[in-house]
Design a protein around this ligand. Structure first.
Ligand SMILES: [Zn+2]
Length: 395
């Protein structure tokens, strides 16, 4: 089945010069050709999808979501009252919302009962609509540690290795470990490390032995350094929270993160109207300093991706584009930089750059069409005109 998708500008996701009057030829689930309308001819048997002047870019990749969470204040407490079946229904509804919001791939960074593994299969087999899922399944944490109510509690190195093997046996794509406490677990101490660098190193080595990459939740600087030493493939949040009040940036940790080529997946949470008032409020809040440190980390050459943490309070699955707006308006990303961070670089972090994350021949036909030019006006990224995943149109 051939499709010819006509649009305006094409932004390929890799930072190359945009192509005006774009045309993408899709053969089944793959991109066959990308170019200007003048440069390509439309095969006679192709179905023509004319999106007018809509900008075409790769489907977005959100590398940090929690599909089982409801994005409301009670996102955590409500989990305790839900069966696995209820959680899979919640996750299925959220997956659909994410896809409608232009997200064609997600990495789910902690679920309950391993339900995202079930959901992933259902989506892959075409029973349900949703983005491609890479699932971390149950998070590994300490007793009383961050997300202990969702995952596997493991304190000693021996217990941690057992936990890695348990989640790999469940079939996870990535291993998620909570290297520091977290805001959703009030008694866990968000500023302090939960594991020593030695224990984290053992975890990373065993996960890699089993062919899995490791995503580490880390807000506190102490824990970020431990992740850098251990070489966790991605460091989530990376908020540089000091052991005492406020922030503590650690240039040595940044050096190590850059040298080892680790990724920082900066989650941009919260309601995102993107109004001038909201942006001003954000920059004046404690996020102001966090964003400034993020910018500093990025300017040091660390490989940065943008993610949402969708599912946590006020962080909706259908508005990942709003996070890109905040990234540009508050965190020092250029519009092109934000698009790269949520497409090709995210794909590279996931080890899937050969399949997704850019508009190029041979890649999966994951395409987002938006009204307007996000390079001129990043808000355009939220004006969704069409979403294709594997060549099939969902919006
Ligand atoms: Zn999270």
């Amino acid at each position: 089945m051939l499709k010819a998708i006509k649009g305006g500008l094409i932004i390929n996701g890799k930072g190359e010069a945009p192509i005006p009057d774009g045309l993408i030829l899709v053969d089944g689930n793959r991109i066959q050709a990308v170019g200007s309308r003048d440069s390509l001819s439309i095969p006679r048997d192709a179905e023509v999808v004319d999106l007018g002047t809509a900008t075409l870019l790769p489907g977005l990749i959100d590398t940090h979501v929690h599909l089982v969470m409801n994005a409301k204040e009670d996102c955590v407490t409500s989990l305790a009252h839900k069966s696995a079946v209820e959680s899979v229904v919640e996750a299925a509804a959220n997956a659909r919302l994410a896809l409608r919001g232009g997200v064609t791939t997600v990495r789910d960074c902690a679920d309950v009962f391993g339900v995202t593994l079930t959901l992933k299969r259902a989506i892959d087999e075409g029973h349900l609509d949703g983005p491609r899922i890479l699932a971390c399944g149950l998070p590994i944490t300490t007793t009383a540690g961050h997300l202990h109510y969702m995952g596997i509690s493991a304190d000693s190195t021996e217990e941690v290795l057992k936990a890695v093997r348990t989640v790999v046996a469940m079939g996870v794509d990535w291993v998620k470990v909570c290297a520091t406490g977290g805001g959703l677990t009030p008694d866990s101490n968000v500023s302090r490390a939960q594991y020593s660098a030695e224990t984290l190193t053992a975890l990373v080595q065993d996960a890699h032995r089993l062919g899995r990459k490791v995503a580490a939740h880390a807000h506190g600087t102490e824990g970020i350094m431990n992740c850098a030493i251990a070489g966790t493939d991605s460091i989530e949040h990376c908020s540089w929270m000091g052991e005492e009040d406020g922030h503590r940036y650690d240039a040595d940790a940044v050096d190590l993160i850059r040298k080892k080529g680790l990724y920082v997946s900066h989650t941009i949470t919260g309601p995102r109207t993107g109004s001038p008032e909201e942006l001003e409020e954000l920059l004046e809040s404690e996020y102001g300093e966090r964003f400034a440190l993020l910018r500093r980390t990025m300017e040091e050459g660390v490989r940065m991706v943008i993610s949402s943490d969708a599912g946590v309070p006020d962080t909706r699955f259908e508005d990942f584009g709003g996070g890109l707006v905040i990234a540009v308006k508050c965190c020092g990303f250029s519009p092109m930089g934000a698009i790269i961070a949520a497409t090709s670089r995210a794909a590279e972090m996931l080890g899937m750059a050969d399949r997704i994350g850019s508009l190029e021949p041979g890649k999966s036909a994951d395409i987002l069409a938006v009204d307007g030019d996000p390079l001129q006006d990043i808000y355009a990224i939220r004006r969704i005109a069409g979403v294709f995943k594997d060549g099939r149109r969902f919006v």
